[in-house]
Write a protein that binds this ligand. Structure first.
Ligand code: ADE
Ligand code: ZN
Length: 380
């Protein structure tokens, strides 16, 4: 059995894969990024609610919106920081009332994920955003679970749910939510921690996370998005998380970087989100190349794609376009890291890795023909 503190190394890139990577011309990089199978490990399903669907659901449920049109709502998506986004994100979720609404939202997401060659999705949901408004937990989880099942049956996506506690609410509220969730234990694989970060350190949720670990749930937490590296350390030490969501501020602490790299602790990085929420001013300033160069198990994800300008492939395309240091090897590494970091079984991971290798091989120009033994033979 391995523990988080035990040193671990990444699986080496096989020589034939390395040869394909070396031969892939730069102009085929966008095709590789689009066509690679990948795992989406950091998507808030409420953040996939597009303005058009917000308006449709508002109409269907008789909810009044403070915006006259889809265009006016979209125009309000000019964020200055995480909180300015969260205010509008929670307001958008107010149109979700019936089980069918949760299904429709998640199904719309899975159709987009399939187009991006997502083969595995570990989807966050924020039950407190809904139970606080009087929507029963059961309504939320039934709708989302049904969409996950259909995504697997019709789109071939292996989809699982992760319940997130809102860190601006109390630990008591989180315990209460866990209580409501336990009858639906089979419908979610883990818990996470999201919402406003600064001023709400992981320690606040030590006991509820301990209980979740006892229950055999996977545990992850947002840390080091806007918050300091110390929040990443306490997510590891106190919450004993298996992945850090975001974590980009770890580079401010060299000892922490060493620890994260040695334990292969995944960091689920969301580049478009980081630019929209001003964690980095421009994509060209993003530290993803430095995270990878430091040997960290970084992955790329979409966070709240309806609000941040794109789904998973758009994150890859925009990031690689702005950062010329990133090439085919980094693309391949990010896809491999996404499988390694996922909570899927090892057999599925091996299948997706083989599919990834096959996509790369199709895109790489064939090797120059070697010497032909019959032609080379000297005949008497
Ligand atoms: N909830 C939805 N998106 C989030 C983010 N980027 N950070 C924290 N909480 C969130
Ligand atoms: Zn997030």
């Amino acid at each position: 059995m391995t523990t988080a503190s035990e040193p671990r190394s990444p699986a080496p890139i096989p020589p034939e894969v390395a040869a394909d990577l070396a031969r892939l011309p730069r102009e085929r990089l966008p095709a590789l990024l689009r066509r690679m199978p990948k795992a989406e490990l950091h998507i808030h399903i409420e953040g996939s609610l597009e303005p058009e669907l917000i308006f449709d659901l508002a109409r269907r449920n008789g909810v009044a919106l403070p915006y006259p049109s889809v265009e006016a709502l979209r125009a309000a998506y000019a964020f200055t920081d995480l909180q300015s986004f969260l205010d509008i994100y929670y307001a958008g979720a107010s149109v979700l009332l019936q089980e069918q609404d949760f299904f429709d939202m998640a199904w719309a997401y899975f159709e987009k994920a399939a187009a991006d060659n997502v083969v595995r999705a570990e989807v966050f949901f924020d039950p407190q955003t809904h139970t606080e408004r009087g929507v029963p937990f059961e309504t939320v989880i039934r709708g989302l679970h049904h969409a996950c099942q259909r995504a697997h049956a019709e789109l071939g996506i292996s989809a699982q749910l992760i319940l997130c506690f809102l860190r601006h609410l109390s630990e008591e509220d989180a315990f209460d939510t866990l209580e409501q969730a336990l009858p639906w234990r089979k419908y979610f694989i883990g818990v996470g921690l999201d919402s406003s970060e600064v001023g709400y350190p992981p320690e606040k949720f030590a006991r509820v996370f301990a209980r979740c670990r006892e229950l055999g749930l996977q545990v992850v937490a947002h840390a080091g998005e806007e918050g300091p590296p110390a929040y990443i350390s306490s997510a590891l030490d106190v919450l004993q998380v298996q992945r850090i969501d975001h974590g980009v501020r770890c580079l401010e602490d060299a000892a922490l970087v060493q620890r994260l790299a040695a334990s292969r602790m995944p960091l689920t990085v969301c580049p478009l989100s980081n630019v929209k929420l001003k964690v980095f001013e421009r994509m060209a300033d993003h530290n993803l190349p430095a995270l990878l160069a430091a040997g960290l198990c970084a992955t790329v994800h979409s966070d709240d794609p309806a609000y941040f300008g794109g789904y998973l492939n758009q994150n890859f395309i925009d990031t690689f376009a702005a950062l010329p240091q990133l090439g085919a090897t980094e693309a391949y590494t990010l896809a491999r890291n996404s499988f390694e970091a996922s909570f899927a079984d090892e057999r599925s991971k091996a299948v997706w890795t083989a599919e990834l290798d096959a996509v790369l091989h199709t895109l790489a120009p064939s090797r120059a023909p070697g010497p032909n033994p019959t032609q080379d033979r000297v005949t008497p």
